[in-house]
Design a protein around this ligand. Structure first.
Ligand SMILES: NC(=O)C1=CN([C@@H]2O[C@H](COP(=O)(O)OP(=O)(O)OC[C@H]3O[C@@H](n4cnc5c(N)ncnc54)[C@H](OP(=O)(O)O)[C@@H]3O)[C@@H](O)[C@H]2O)[C@@H](O)CC1
Ligand SMILES: [K+]
Length: 498
């Protein structure tokens, strides 16, 4: 996993690397900027007119190095330095001298000197990086306004000017980048939907900061990588009873599709034995659609009214398609009170929890919740910013000792200790009916096979997204539907067994 560092930790990593590699700070700037150019060159067609805007801090210093390297590669480059040279950093000054030998540098000291930016130009934004200390206003804001209005493609160096790596949106001007080429580690804001407009598509380039130092930084947020995902192992002497016995409590009249999707996803995820508790109306549907499962009928024809834990199952999962009938509410409450092992709750089970919040206290510790943003809001109330949303996620997980995933782009998986792991897989095509039911089946099956609850959740979210990515390659994001996720689960599992 990749630790997500604060602005201060990034500065510390820079300083540590300078002192211990050792490398001079001017050479580290050179190395970072050359890494930027290597990535930039893969994204921008040759022959583009490139306009580089620099502040006089080290982000601007990077801009000057990038200008020099691009000029040496025969690109058409114009450079604009905004703000006072008196405040320039040492490394900026050295690179200013080096560049001056090769080309003229435009100074922008007032509004009249802001250049016209054609829509077909490529802008490189080096106004501010991680050293931003206040909202951007005045001349800098005017320059940013021109950049945003121009319609040109914008490549931010390290981070869009006006954004803090680890804080909510400031009130000042912010560059709306189409791409951000960031140094060494992704920044927290890259994972937040409200920042998308400013960050654009992000890329991280290795600038050789000290890896042991980065790994030793204390943080509670990470970006999950494939190598972090463990899977249950099968041994020669396994039989269906030892490969995980799951009781899925799902379905109600008109919502048997949710039960079917969950059940099939569980079987595709290695569940050894699957029981499905469902209202009588679901019997035939499930027997036909999931012949691998054993179906237990509720007394009621249309909704679930009573279900208890049984000795012959390892894990309980409840929610897909169950509705929120008062009889089902009571069934869930009774089940929770009689269960001591971690269970998986999704969909209407979460809505029932929101209607009866006292049940949260009774949930077995380490249970797993898989809300989408609507269900999450019902559980914790509305939020004003994505930062507040993450705080609420941590609060829910820590207060009730739960493992919770907040589904969406970069689904945030939170452990009961409040550690956040952003998931790298998945695509917008997965925002489709039944997608969540598939996730429930995958996670419950992994849990039933003996994985620790947090590991099962993180792996399930990763595999679900990977199946979505495999499906999207073949059917496209628009046509993608939840049953495709199940079809492509084998490919997702195979990919992890490299
Ligand atoms: N450290 C390293 O070795 C490496 C660093 N690298 C690069 O350096 C970047 C960080 O550089 P940095 O720390 O110099 O800060 P940067 O963002 O350029 O600007 C600071 C200047 O802006 C000013 N200022 C701030 N806010 C303002 C506002 N709203 N309006 C107006 N002014 C404002 C601020 O003023 P002050 O707050 O001091 O008053 C100060 O003068 C980093 O993102 C990466 O690109 C790489 O080369 C790798 C090696
Ligand atoms: K920048």
């Amino acid at each position: 996993m990749i630790p997500i560092l604060t602005a201060q930790q990034i500065r510390d990593a820079d300083q540590y690397t300078i002192g211990h590699e050792p490398i001079t700070s001017i050479n580290l700037m050179e190395r970072a900027s050359r890494a930027f150019v290597r990535k930039f060159s893969t994204l921008v067609p040759g022959g583009s007119r490139i306009m580089i805007f620099c502040g006089t801090g080290n982000n601007g210093g990077d801009g000057l190095v990038i200008a020099r390297v691009l000029i040496q590669q025969a690109h058409d480059v114009s450079i604009f330095v905004v703000g006072s040279m008196e405040r320039a950093t040492e490394d900026f000054k050295v690179n200013f001298e080096r560049l001056s030998v090769l080309t003229g540098i435009h100074q922008v000291a007032n509004e009249d000197q802001i250049p016209n930016i054609p829509g077909n130009a490529v802008v490189i934004d080096g106004l501010f990086g991680s050293g931003l200390s206040r909202p951007v206003s005045g001349l800098f804001a005017n320059v940013i306004d021109q950049i945003n209005k121009s319609g040109a493609e914008v490549y931010a160096i390290d981070i869009s000017s006006g954004l803090y790596p680890d804080q909510p949106l400031s009130e000042g001007a912010v560059v709306e980048a189409t791409h951000t080429i960031s140094f060494q580690t992704p920044k927290l804001i890259f994972f937040l939907p409200e920042m998308r407009k400013y960050v654009g598509q992000w890329h991280v380039v290795d600038i050789g900061l000290d890896e042991p130092f980065i790994q030793s930084c204390e943080t509670d947020a990470f970006f999950t990588q494939a190598r972090d995902i463990a899977l249950p192992s099968r041994s020669t002497f396994d039989h269906k009873g030892s490969a995980g016995r799951l009781l899925l409590i799902a379905g109600s009249k008109g919502k048997m599709g949710a039960a079917t999707l969950s059940a099939r996803a569980a079987m595709r995820s290695g569940c050894g034995l699957l029981y499905i508790h469902t209202p009588c109306c679901g019997l035939n549907i499930l027997q036909v659609n999931v012949p691998e499962a054993m179906v237990i009928e509720d007394e009621h024809t249309e909704v679930i009214t009573e279900v208890m834990p049984a000795d012959n199952v390892d894990v309980l999962a409840m929610g897909p398609g169950i509705g929120t009938n008062s009889l089902t509410q009571k069934a869930l409450a009774d089940l929770i009170l009689h269960t001591s092992e971690p269970m998986v709750l999704d969909a209407d089970a979460l809505n029932i929890l929101a209607l009866n919040p006292e049940l949260l206290n009774a949930l077995p510790p380490e249970s797993i919740l898989t809300p989408h943003p609507g269900e999450f809001a019902r559980l914790v109330g509305a939020w004003r910013s994505d930062f507040e949303k993450l705080e609420k996620l941590r609060w829910l997980a820590k207060t009730y000792q739960l493992n919770v995933v907040l589904k969406g782009a970069y689904s945030a998986v939170c452990s009961s200790r409040g550690y956040l792991y952003f998931n790298p897989t998945g695509n917008p095509g997965m925002a489709t009916a039944g997608s969540g039911d598939v996730l429930t089946g995958i996670v419950a099956a992994l849990l039933a096979q003996g994985m620790a609850p947090f590991d099962a959740l993180r792996a399930g979210v990763y595999l679900h997204g990977q199946a979505g990515d495999e499906a999207a390659i073949n059917v496209g994001e628009i046509s993608l539907m939840a049953s495709d996720l199940i079809e492509y689960l084998p490919a997702a599992f195979k990919k992890l067994h490299f």
